[in-house]
Ligand binder design. Sequence first.
Ligand SMILES: [Mn+2]
Length: 219
Amino acid sequence: MRQASVERNTNETEISVTVNLDGTGTYDVSTGIGFLDHMLEQLSKHSLIDLTVRAKGDLHIDFHHTTEDTGIAIGEAVNKALGDRAGITRYGSAQIPLDEALTRVIVDCSNRPYLVWKVGFSRPKLGEMDTELFREWFQAFAQAAGVTLHVDNLYGENNHHIVESAYKALARALRQAVTIDARAADAVPSTKGVLSDADTMNSVSDADTMNAVSGAGKD
Ligand SMILES: [Mn+2]
């Protein structure tokens, strides 16, 4: 079983996360932000990644730190659970509708963190949550998980539908990408021969890797 746990404590948030990449989509999520819980439950359910999240953040300020740090912690847990990334399918893509909204997500478990975010909202808030925070979550997740992530809302009107279709598409794309490829179960899917953090430590200053650093964990 590819499982990992992460504890992340700062002055702003206290978060514990457990993931099992080879799960059944069982979740137990509590961040203190109802809408974010709803999204993380979609992520687990449709990726088949078992997910436990306990977050206690400084919600009296706003939802920014808790949203971003939850993305970091879940990303770190996924990264850890992927280990040396040998045998994974590596790439995944999904186009998921929710009524009138359609969102495409493409994932590359490349250990080259990068986010392309082409999602716009017509309202500043969903429930109590600022819609601009969803980009922060995806940026933090991409950075910490070591994945290239392209998120493209093709069309849609309802803001709840738009963001929910993005999380569901992430889930389905991730499910493909982290699945062990039976035809290449022992091989690292890269001609470079390495995809893991430990093996690529020396290339952290790589310009392409650094491109994606802005945003995650900075504020
Ligand atoms: Mn919903």
